[in-house]
Design a protein around this ligand. Sequence first.
Ligand SMILES: [Zn+2]
Length: 124
Amino acid sequence: MKLSRCPHCKLPVLELEGQFSKLDSLYIHNGNPPAATAGWWHAGCLAGSDAAAPWYEARLRNFRDVRRYQEVAATPQWTVLHVNKVTKPENEKLVGRSLTDIAAERGVHPTDARHPRAKAVSRG
Ligand SMILES: [Zn+2]
């Protein structure tokens, strides 16, 4: 198994839950953020990097303008978005329901509930 290296510290990135971010080049628009900053980052490296803000804006732009998600909540660290459509018929039953509601039904924390209409974009 070949591990990706963090563009910031050049060390391998272990894909540990919540401890890395994949900054995909599909989010680059008109050369911003710089392609050299795309890749697998350690969450700690990204949080302390000048790349964090441009990547936050790029991902938010993609979800809002390309995928038609709408912002439903924001904290200093996160922006939560959702979209009022689903692509898989089996997910129709989830339309109109909150992530908290679905998590409670499944007996899991809201951050562990996979919701096809919700995305959370981190600022770093
Ligand atoms: Zn790193």
